[in-house]
Design a protein around this ligand. Structure first.
Ligand code: MTE
Ligand code: MO
Length: 409
């Protein structure tokens, strides 16, 4: 089999003159940096959900020791999640051509015979299965989640989270093994002959550098059609994201909508002045407030973005409403406010409830917002009231709020 050039097990089957240590090393070093950033921003995004605060925030209850690093997500700078998650998604999409080119450059090794020359070689190949499989799995689940809007209902977080740890463990082993060689390969003036170099190369149609430019061009194309998701004035260039959601229209409420009121099953009758009451519970009991009564409480403004786990974000919007810590004071927390459990009018769906940590409640910019950019909240942005917290992922900014329960979680 090894000698039949018609079969991929033969080195002579692979004829591209581009393959070789230099090409593989350049791509490998780009991925070394890029995937490390993806892993860190991914872990950070998970921490931003405050999964250790309450089971409603926790999409991976069996995480065990993998949650060792969780911390109280800060509220400053207010654009923190916008940055980390925009970076995570945009960089992930940008790296796709590099990942594919890297896999292409080493594909002959996948077929190398004998499958294992020694125990170490067998272990190395096993780690490659986890590396390649894990890498493809993380990229595919990530892209599908952004593009198809939560295709794995409830389970995306679980898959992507555990997948990340498996992938990154294999990635670290691989990087420790290969980085010194990759750096050496870049410094060499002449290409080494190794198993990646075809023994029977075809005529080149493009130089190695040309091929790298091609990969880089692909990345640039993906980058330039994605990065606009994080900037209002570039949003129209974000052809790959955000996916086709509801058209927000123009005017004060004319910014990106995640789920519409209709989608969430919010009946306009429930949000009317007559029907809607905010129920606040705390140390001293329960208070029910109508929308008119909320309007009489001291109102405050804060300029804050919406930043979704899908990577898109808005610029700062001007929100106006009642401070969460003032609402805590109404039910017996005069000094330091406690944690807060928020429930929406929405009856189904993972994001109808969220828990906020005491540090988020205490921030004077954290509001139960009633207005945005000088106008009443639109139904799709959470009328009659929604949560807005600085630096928090969009998912914690619950819309159509019905009930607030203050107390340590
Ligand atoms: N009740 C409820 N609130 C919700 C959601 C939801 O599905 N239901 N989606 C959340 C998510 S994931 C995001 S990104 C923001 C989006 O807010 P926007 O539609 O006003 O931009 O709302 C959050 N609040
Ligand atoms: Mo979101």
């Amino acid at each position: 089999m090894r000698d039949d050039p018609r079969l991929p097990f033969s080195p002579r089957f692979w004829r591209s003159p581009l393959r070789g240590p230099w090409f593989t090393s350049v791509l490998g070093l780009v991925l070394l940096v890029g995937i490390t950033v993806l892993f860190v921003t991914g872990l950070v995004s998970y921490a931003a959900y405050n999964p250790d605060l309450s089971p409603v925030n926790d999409k991976t209850p069996d995480k065990g020791v993998l949650g060792f690093y969780l911390f109280a997500w800060p509220t400053s700078p207010h654009w923190l999640y916008r940055l980390t998650q925009g970076l995570h998604v945009t960089l992930g999409i940008t790296l796709i051509p590099v990942l594919l080119a890297k896999l292409w450059s080493v594909v002959p090794r996948l077929f190398a015979l004998p499958p294992a020359r020694s125990l170490t070689h067998a272990l190395e190949r096993l780690s490659l299965v986890l590396l390649v499989g894990g890498g493809l799995f993380e990229f595919v689940t990530g892209v599908l989640n952004v593009q198809l809007d939560y295709v794995f209902p409830g389970s995306f977080y679980v898959l992507h989270f555990y997948g990340a740890w498996v992938f990154f463990a294999a990635f670290v082993a691989h990087a420790l093994l290969k980085t010194p060689t990759a750096l050496r390969n870049l410094r060499r003036s002449r290409e080494e002959r190794n198993d990646l170099v075809s023994p029977a190369p075809a005529e080149p149609t493009v130089s190695r550098r040309g091929a790298l430019w091609f990969v880089g061009g692909g990345s640039l194309l993906l980058f330039s059609t994605t990065v606009g998701q994080s900037f209002d004035w570039l949003r129209r260039t974000a052809l790959l994201a955000p996916h086709g959601g509801a058209d927000p229209g123009t005017g004060p409420n004319g910014f990106q909508i995640n789920k519409t009121a209709a989608y969430a099953g919010i009946d306009p009758a429930e949000t009317s002045e007559d029907a809607w009451r905010l129920v606040i519970t705390g140390r001293t009991g329960t208070v029910r407030l109508s929308r008119a009564q909320l309007d009489e409480l001291p109102s405050h403004s804060a300029a804050l973005p919406i930043a979704c786990v899908e990577g898109w974000s808005t610029s700062d919007q001007w929100w106006r409403g009642v401070r969460l810590r003032d609402l805590a004071a109404l039910v017996g927390y005069d000094g330091d406010p406690p944690d807060l459990f928020v429930e929406s009018l929405q009856r189904h769906g993972a994001f109808r409830r969220a828990a906020l940590r005491a540090n988020q409640v205490a921030d004077p910019r954290s509001l139960l917002a009633l207005y945005v950019n000088g106008e009443e909240l639109s139904p799709d942005h959470g009328h009659p009231a929604r949560i807005i917290v600085p630096a928090a992922p969009g998912v914690l900014n619950t819309k159509w709020v019905a009930r607030l329960t203050f107390g340590d979680l």
